[in-house]
Design a protein around this ligand. Sequence first.
Ligand SMILES: Cc1cc2nc3c(=O)[nH]c(=O)nc-3n(C[C@H](O)[C@H](O)[C@H](O)COP(=O)(O)OP(=O)(O)OC[C@H]3O[C@@H](n4cnc5c(N)ncnc54)[C@H](O)[C@@H]3O)c2cc1C
Length: 475
Amino acid sequence: MGGSARDIARAGAAAPAEAPDEALAELIRLLPGAVLAGAEAVEPYRRDRALDPAAGVPLAVALPTSTAEVQSAVRWAARHGIPLVPRGAGTGVSGGATAVAGGLVLSLERMREVRVDPATRTAVAQPGLLNAELKAAVAAHGLWYPPDPASYEICSIGGNIATNAGGLCCVKYGVTVDYVLGLEVVLADGRALRLGGPYVKDAAGLPLTKLFVGSEGTLGVVTEVTLRLLPAPPEPRRIAAWFETSGQAAAAIAEIASALRPSVLEYMDRTAINAVEDAFGLGLDRAAEAFVLAGSDDLDPAARDITAMVEAFRRHGATLVEEPSAERGAELAQARRDAIPAVEAKGRLLLSDVGVPIPELGRLIAGIERIASAHRTGIAFIAHAGDGNTHPLVFFDPDDAAAEARAEAAYGEIMTLAIDLGGTISGEHGVGKLKRPWLEQQIGADALEIEQRIKDALDPQGILNPGAIFAAPAR
Ligand SMILES: Cc1cc2nc3c(=O)[nH]c(=O)nc-3n(C[C@H](O)[C@H](O)[C@H](O)COP(=O)(O)OP(=O)(O)OC[C@H]3O[C@@H](n4cnc5c(N)ncnc54)[C@H](O)[C@@H]3O)c2cc1C
């Protein structure tokens, strides 16, 4: 393996060749009332939720309100060779929105308009709109935007596009890319590129729209997005199952995922259950090794999904299987969503996002338990289990350097384990700056070289989010 995640992030924090006062004055003239400068003003924009200690102090933060203002900011950055980090709501957990020393943070938080068109069943949204705000806007028309990251109340659509966000309902309805019909993207040279539109199928040319989804701000700045909507489904019926071993839970999940279409299939281990219980006191079973929340929104009386899930849980040894009331079911789903903040209360987090083929889930969990014990570090384990997408939450005391080193070693081993099991280092959070050291190990040298050529073609100066996905160019 190469250097540690932190070393790489530090390399990404290289200062530009020059960051003169005149450049800043020019930016303020270009974007009057939309530039923050000075250490105190930029501080809230230095880090995302990964809290990378290697974050640089940016020269300025720009808060554009239109595509034209984004273009001005990007052209300014290109003229001066100043690194530019696009930023949504800063809830990312891979360090993708970590500021670069002397660079520009381009926050899209003021661009929040949305237009819903029931005739084409689409919404056109600006990137700063929160996922929850989009859901509310389309619900007013009886429509639904499915992708639902657990952070949906606090993360932006632009960030969701840039990371190809997933969430709880993605096991049945797919992830962000499955809903993106069109994009407007400001390229590194300041051009605004329009791709796709409010039509469902599109086979004209290379699928560039999809190229930008998940590109983590390294290929362009998303300034507008056209999203496919669905009719709202009924409230799901939910099943809660509790297990004495993680292996039993993993076997039940594998069986359900191979045969049925649950609308939710989520997992929490004992450490996560107890963290949630400490934080919110919801009456969860603290002694259970694993908790699985399953659901189905196929309420056709002929549908057998709920019955079949209950049978699968019982067959694999669940100690308790129950169908909670709708209110209790919603509370249990919220408990799963709150697991990350609950574990954050235990210490600093290194939040992993590895995914494996679903039959390998049991081996992944067992391997992570071994890694936690070998490195004497806490790991809470939660998962969008029906996708095989898991979040081992490595936590440690931030004031204990030795504990931090052990946690970092565990974090790296988890990624290697997922790769060895035929999986991925990121199911939905992106590579950002923290996971870059493991990218080549997963995708191979040829794929990495092709990705780098695409990056170089679109951003020859390397000003867009340097250090994320790709190595930062020397400045
Ligand atoms: C409690 C919690 C739960 C979470 N649960 C989930 C989950 O279930 N599923 C999931 O997928 N994620 C989850 N996340 C991670 C995070 O919320 C997502 O990655 C989200 O998509 C990030 O959105 P953001 O607006 O906060 O983006 P930011 O953190 O601001 O940025 C993320 C990345 O996108 C880039 N970016 C942002 N906006 C733009 C733009 N307009 N154009 C180009 N690039 C841009 C940034 O440069 C950065 O690389 C969770 C996070 C937390 C804290």
